[in-house]
Design a protein around this ligand. Structure first.
Ligand SMILES: NC(=O)c1ccc[n+]([C@@H]2O[C@H](COP(=O)([O-])OP(=O)(O)OC[C@H]3O[C@@H](n4cnc5c(N)ncnc54)[C@H](OP(=O)(O)O)[C@@H]3O)[C@@H](O)[C@H]2O)c1
Length: 209
C-alpha cells in the first residue's frame, strides 16, 4: 500500500490481516514513484486510486485559473508515473487497474469539474491503450460514481444529508456508493483473467439516470 502519509498507512495496515507492507510516496513526484517501485521489486497487480482533491479544484470555466486547471490534470500524471514505473517489474500474467470517473459517461453541468473530467477521460483512454500495448498484462479502468470517501469529508452536515437524500431518491440502487463496493469491483478486475481493456462504471446506475 502506498500514499503520502506514513501515519495513515500504518493505521490502515494495522487493520488488515495478512502480510502488508506500507511505503509512503507521492504519486505526483516521479522520483518518489520510481523509488517506491524499486523498493517493491517484482509484483503481480497494481491498483491506482490516488489522487483526489476534487472539491478544492472545482471551478467554472470562466473563473478557472491556469494553475487550478493544471492541478486538475494531476490525476493523469500520477497515473502515468505509477504505470510507467510499475511496468518494469509487473508479472506478465498480472494486471493494472486505474481509476477514472463516471463523469466521463455523464458530464456534470453544474459541478465545475470540466478539467478533472478531462483528466479522468485521459486515464480511461490511457488504460484502454495500455491494455493493447502491454498485453498479456491486463489493464482495466473503474469509473466510480458518488462514493462516500475522504473526498467528501469537508462537507457540512446539511450538505452531507442533501447528498445522501439525493442518492436515495435519484440512484437506481437507492444509496450512495461505499468504498467496499468499489473494492469488490476492483477485486473482480484483478482476479478475472478474461477481462482487459474495459472501463467499468461502478456508479449505482448514475450513468443511466
Ligand atoms: N469518491 C468519489 O465520489 C469519486 C467519484 C468519482 C471518481 N473518484 C475517483 O476515485 C479515486 C479515489 O478517490 P477517493 O474518493 O478514494 O479519494 P480520497 O478519499 O480523497 O482518497 C485519496 C487517496 O489518495 C491518496 N493521495 C492523495 N494525493 C496523493 C499523492 N499525491 N500521492 C500519493 N497518494 C495520494 C490519499 O492518501 P494520503 O493523504 O496519505 O496521500 C488517499 O488515500 C480518485 O481518482 C477520484 O477521482 C472518486
Amino acid at each position: 500500500m502506498s500514499s503520502r502519509s506514513q501515519d495513515k498507512l500504518n493505521h490502515v495496515a494495522n487493520s488488515i490481516v495478512g502480510n502488508v507492507k506500507a511505503i509512503a510516496a507521492n504519486i505526483l513526484d516521479e522520483n518518489s514513484v520510481d523509488a517506491l517501485f524499486e523498493q517493491v521489486g517484482s509484483f503481480d497487480h497494481l491498483v491506482v486510486t490516488a489522487v483526489a482533491d476534487e472539491n478544492s479544484l472545482r471551478s467554472s470555466l470562466a473563473d478557472m485559473d491556469t494553475e487550478t486547471a493544471r492541478r486538475g490534470m494531476e490525476k493523469f500524471w500520477g497515473t502515468f508515473f505509477a504505470a510507467r514505473a510499475a511496468v518494469k517489474n509487473i508479472a506478465q500474467d498480472g494486471s493494472i487497474t486505474l481509476t477514472s470517473s463516471v463523469s466521463i459517461f455523464k458530464p456534470s453541468k453544474t459541478g465545475g469539474v470540466s478539467v478533472m473530467s478531462a483528466a479522468s477521460g485521459a486515464v480511461a483512454v490511457f488504460g484502454r491503450t495500455l491494455a493493447a500495448e502491454l498485453a498479456p498484462i491486463r489493464v482495466n479502468v473503474i469509473a466510480p460514481g458518488v462514493v462516500e470517501t475522504g473526498v467528501w469529508s469537508n462537507q457540512s452536515n446539511s450538505e452531507r444529508s442533501d447528498l445522501l437524500e439525493w442518492a436515495e431518491k435519484s440512484l437506481r440502487v437507492e444509496h450512495i456508493g461505499q468504498a467496499e463496493e468499489l473494492a469488490q469491483a476492483i477485486l473482480s478486475l484483478i482476479t478475472n483473467s478474461y477481462i482487459t481493456g474495459v472501463v467499468l462504471p461502478v456508479d449505482g446506475g448514475l450513468s443511466i439516470t
